[in-house]
Structure formats: structure tokens, C-alpha cells
Design a protein around this ligand. Structure first.
Ligand SMILES: Nc1ncnc2c1ncn2[C@@H]1O[C@H](COP(=O)(O)OP(=O)(O)OP(=O)(O)O)[C@@H](O)[C@H]1O
Ligand SMILES: [Mg+2]
Length: 235
């Protein structure tokens, strides 16, 4: 479904990604793990066309989307739940979800159906649908960010550190909801510093170190890998 071929990305003169190649097949959860500053967010922003990738190729469903404007990438079926959630704090839960529906505003008849789907996944959002986004708890804001991403009905969902700043119990809830979203048919590329959780719920994984993919494979194998264990799992 998604293929990155030797993607380089730069901020001015600083090269943040060095020939990053990775693949996500339809139906998979693939995780991308790595330390602070490794280039995880840059990878997602490159896919979304936010960071320019002067070298390399990004293919989605076989089509070259490198350098395309972000709205057209969203329209093709990729949504991103950004790092730090970035919900609209001054808008209500409903209004935030409405914003997520924006790319599909030409199909108003489907709004209710999508809303029901995200409320089934996250009942707390229905209870709090008139509350301002900024007054939700951190965990509720993460659920809202996920729900807003789903309102675009993406084929591929990019998630940037959904567990960040959440208590362990909530981390588990969010991870369970990602598994459920995947079971319902959405392919997921999951960026996480919480390597253990990410490897537990994903099919395959990639390790990114200072802009370079160093290790990749089935998640179970990565969990058993000595280098992954000592550097990312603390064992
Ligand atoms: N807007 C920017 N301008 C200049 N350098 C940037 C910019 N954004 C990121 N970088 C640099 O690019 C590198 C990769 O950053 P990136 O945000 O992709 O890392 P990350 O893996 O997502 O880290 P974290 O786990 O802390 O979120 C870092 O060295 C960072 O300082
Ligand atoms: Mg990041």
C-alpha cells in the first residue's frame, strides 16, 4: 500500500532522513521506533508532503505521491494523527470531528455513519460531544485526535506517538483501540517511543537511528533481537 524508496529529507542544510526505505502492506500495523530526534516525525511529515523530499520516492497504492500537495495526499486516503494530538482546543468535540470530516464534505450523508463508528470506538467522546476539546483530559484528547483522523475514512492512518504522556492504563486503551481500528480495515503506520507497546500490537517494525533504518522485521523477531532489547526495551 505504501512504499518509501531511499527517501532523503532536509531542514535547510541538515539532513534528517538518509535513504529511508520502508513498506506497509494493506491490512498491516507497521511500527517505526526510535529515540528522540531519530526522524520519526520527519518520516510521517515526508509522507504527508509537509516536509519536502527532494530525493527518493513515495508510492501509495502504486502511485507516485512524492511532492504532491498535502490535501491531495489526504484525498487519496492517508490521514495523520500528529504528535501532540493538535486537536482544536477552542472547538467542541463535535466540531473537531466535523473538521476531520472536511475532506469528505461532498458526502454529507455519510457523516452520521462515521460519527456512530467513532462513538462506538470511543464512547467517552459521545458523552462529551459538546465539551471544548482543550478541556478534555490528555487521554480523551488522544481519543479525539484518533477519532478526528478516522472521520476522513483513511485507508492508511499515520499515528505519531499516540501513547505520549498517557498513564499506563490509558496507553493500553489507546493501543487496544488502534488494534480495533486495524481490524475494522484501516492500515496503520505507528510511530512510537514506547517500543514495547508498539511491537506488541504491530505485525512488523522498523528501527530508525539518526535518520537511517538500521533494523527491520517481524515484530516478534524484533522483540527478541538483542540490540533492540538493550537499546529500546531496556532488557
Ligand atoms: N523544523 C525543523 N527545523 C530544523 N530541524 C528540524 C525540524 N524538525 C525536526 N528537525 C530535526 O530533524 C531531526 C529529526 O527530528 P524528528 O522530529 O523527525 O524526530 P523524532 O524521531 O520524531 O523525535 P521525537 O521522538 O523527539 O519526536 C532532529 O535532529 C530535529 O532536530
Ligand atoms: Mg517526533
Amino acid at each position: 500500500m505504501l512504499r518509501l524508496e531511499k527517501v532523503n529529507a532536509f531542514y535547510g542544510h541538515i539532513q534528517a532522513l538518509h535513504e529511508v526505505s520502508l513498506e506497509v502492506a494493506e491490512g498491516e500495523i507497521v511500527c517505526l521506533i526510535g529515540a528522540n530526534g531519530a526522524g520519526k516525525t520527519t518520516t510521517l511529515m515526508s509522507i504527508m508532503g509537509v516536509v519536502s523530499t527532494p530525493q527518493g520516492k513515495i508510492l501509495f497504492e502504486g502511485e507516485d505521491i512524492t511532492g504532491r500537495p498535502t490535501p491531495s495526499i489526504v484525498h487519496k486516503g492517508i490521514s495523520c494523527v500528529p504528535e501532540g494530538r493538535r486537536i482544536f482546543p477552542q472547538l467542541t468535540v463535535m466540531e473537531n470531528l466535523d473538521m476531520g470530516f472536511y475532506p469528505r464534505r461532498d458526502r454529507p450523508a455519510e457523516f452520521e455513519e462515521d460519527l456512530e463508528r467513532v462513538f462506538r470506538l470511543f464512547p467517552v467522546l459521545e458523552e462529551r460531544k459538546d465539551q471544548l476539546g482543550g478541556t478534555l483530559s490528555g487521554g480523551q484528547q488522544q481519543m479525539l485526535a484518533l477519532a478526528r483522523g478516522l472521520m476522513a475514512r483513511p485507508k492508511l492512518l499515520l499515528l505519531d506517538e499516540p501513547s505520549l504522556g498517557l498513564a499506563p492504563l490509558l496507553v493500553e486503551q489507546v493501543m487496544e483501540s488502534i488494534v480495533e481500528i486495524n481490524k475494522q480495515g484501516t492500515t496503520v503506520l505507528l510511530v512510537e517511543q514506547n517500543a514495547l507497546m508498539a511491537l506488541e500490537i504491530s505485525h512488523r517494525g522498523y528501527v530508525l537511528e539518526t535518520g537511517t533504518i538500521t533494523i527491520s522485521g517481524e515484530s516478534g523477531k524484533l522483540m527478541a533481537d538483542a540490540q533492540v532489547r538493550s537499546s529500546y526495551l531496556g532488557t
